[in-house]
Design a protein around this ligand. Structure first.
Ligand SMILES: [Mg+2]
Length: 272
């Protein structure tokens, strides 16, 4: 039975109290785009507000782990968030940068398949895709097609659906986000795997994860599983709502907020 998500500071205290009580055992995990950074018309124009950066920095001094889990490449997520001492899981969990490390660790399950999505996309006429407003983003093992801002977003999205079907037949896994289709090798990664790797650190037994999109539901579900088997004594799923977000987000959240400013308010409250 999905629990009804709650709002308001009273609910924060009830749900997040265990994290504030034992910060050294707690992980603060957050998606980046649409959760920390407001969605921009073009992904490259997105920015994390200074207040959010400051809150994460303050939290990283007291909490066991602060980690950003993003669909962007790990180094790109780090550039956008602009903090060194925290963890980054990039490319939906295919890449990991641990706190204090500069090297990106690729997901070993991808070995030998890094080029599959690139080779698949190369089979399409780049000019044709561009003409209908499908912009390609090269994220290494993941290739993304964005249609936000296309002259006719419906036409561009329909083409993306056709490409997704072809990609599935070619052995790739299509994943949908907010006005974006991502093609990736089957298996490996996922925000669920990212959350599991990040929480595998010593002594972490409570966590919060905030996200705004479909891929974040994978992270929610893993959090829930870890809680069921007793690896987490507290697991809080925060849904950052938007008109573009998936309907299941509210259903699967313990707590909902209205956009990145709502999540920032919780981060600041946790850092108090
Ligand atoms: Mg997001």
């Amino acid at each position: 039975m999905p629990r009804e998500s709650e709002t308001g500071e009273g609910a924060w205290a009830t749900l997040l109290g265990p994290l504030r009580a034992e910060p050294s055992k707690a992980a603060i995990l957050t998606d980046v785009d649409g959760t920390l950074a407001p969605i921009a018309d073009r992904a490259e124009d997105a920015a994390v507000p200074a207040a959010a950066r400051e809150a994460l920095s303050a939290l990283s001094e007291r909490f066991g782990l602060v980690g950003c889990v993003s669909g962007r490449q790990a180094e790109e997520a780090r550039r956008l968030v602009g903090l060194e001492g925290i963890a980054y899981a990039g490319n939906h969990g295919l890449e990991l940068i641990l706190p204090g490390e500069s090297e990106v660790r690729p997901d070993p399950s991808l070995a030998g398949r890094e080029q599959e999505a690139t080779e698949f996309i190369a089979g399409f006429d780049a000019a044709e895709l561009e003409a209908i407003g499908l912009r390609r983003e090269d994220k290494g093992p993941i290739q993304a097609l964005h249609w936000r801002g296309a002259e006719d977003e419906t036409i561009a999205e329909r083409r993306a659906h056709e490409i997704a079907v072809t990609a599935g037949k070619a052995g790739l896994e299509p994943r949908w986000g907010r006005k974006v289709l991502e093609l990736r090798p089957v298996g490996g990664g996922g925000k669920d795997a990212a959350v599991a790797s990040l929480l595998a650190g010593e002594g972490l037994d409570r966590a919060v994860y905030a996200g705004d999109d479909r891929t974040d539901l994978d992270a929610f579900r893993r959090l829930q599983e870890l809680s069921k088997v007793g690896e987490l004594v507290a697991a809080v799923r925060v849904g950052v709502l938007s008109p573009e977000g998936p309907a299941e987000l509210t259903e699967e959240s313990d707590l909902t907020v209205g956009g990145p400013s709502g999540w920032l308010a919780i981060l600041e409250w946790l850092a108090e």
